[in-house]
Design a protein around this ligand. Structure first.
Ligand code: GDP
Length: 197
């Protein structure tokens, strides 16, 4: 089960021309603002504070790329569903996300969803985008430590029913460690895949 102690911020992109070269393997992370996405990235990579780079002023609306090891990256998508983005931002966002889906190196998408809220309306656009791009999806039901055991079971059941066969899903907490190993295993599986050109 690999950690990535030398993971580091690589670059931010405001448009697809600023993406890193389309080679190697990449995994994307998305989620509503405050879903726990940054905490999840840090915990999965074993790099405290890493995803804070995505929250520095000027970067919150960008796609932020991190290199784990040469040729292996994650891309942190802007948090959605919170402050309304300006029309201009939205106009640049859609083509950039579409361009991301075109990348040969993109292997999978983690969607971080607060386990207390479950799958919400704003999440569907992203899930549909992934489905149309035939991108494998894994949902992390975050902050599960905040739920009682029975509530967590219910949250998992409800998310599985909502997502049907479209995505893998499991409970996740950076507080008590639930699901971190499972998420790492999924990420390693995705990143290990290579495409024969
Ligand atoms: P982001 O905006 O989606 O990147 O969310 P953050 O990672 O910044 O987390 C938002 C808030 O939720 C912060 O106050 C975190 O400390 C808290 N949080 C994140 N993950 C967990 C978790 O697993 N358990 C608990 N109890 N709180 C969490």
């Amino acid at each position: 089960m690999s950690l990535y102690p030398s993971a580091d911020f690589l670059t931010s992109a405001a448009q697809s021309s600023q993406f890193p070269e389309d080679s190697g393997a990449e995994v994307a992370f998305a989620g509503r603002s405050n879903s726990g996405k940054s905490s999840a990235i840090n915990a999965i990579l074993g790099r405290r504070g890493l995803a804070r780079s995505s929250k520095t002023p000027g970067r919150t609306r960008l796609l932020n790329f991190f290199q784990l090891v040469p040729g292996r990256r994650i891309v942190d998508l802007p948090g959605y569903g919170y402050a309304a983005a300006s029309a201009a931002e939205k106009a640049t966002w859609a083509p950039m996300i579409d361009a991301l889906a075109q990348r040969q190196c993109l292997r999978g998408l983690f969607v971080v969803i607060d386990s207390r809220r479950g799958v919400m309306e704003g999440d569907w656009g992203l899930l549909e985008w992934a489905e149309s791009a035939r991108l494998p999806v894994h949902v992390l039901l975050s902050k599960s430590d905040k739920l009682k055991r029975a509530e967590a079971r219910e949250a998992l059941k409800a998310a599985k029913a909502a997502l049907s066969v479209r995505a893998g899903v499991h409970l996740f907490s950076v507080e008590d460690g639930t699901g971190i190993d499972e998420a790492r295993a999924k990420m390693d599986e995705w990143l290990a895949q290579t495409v024969v050109a």
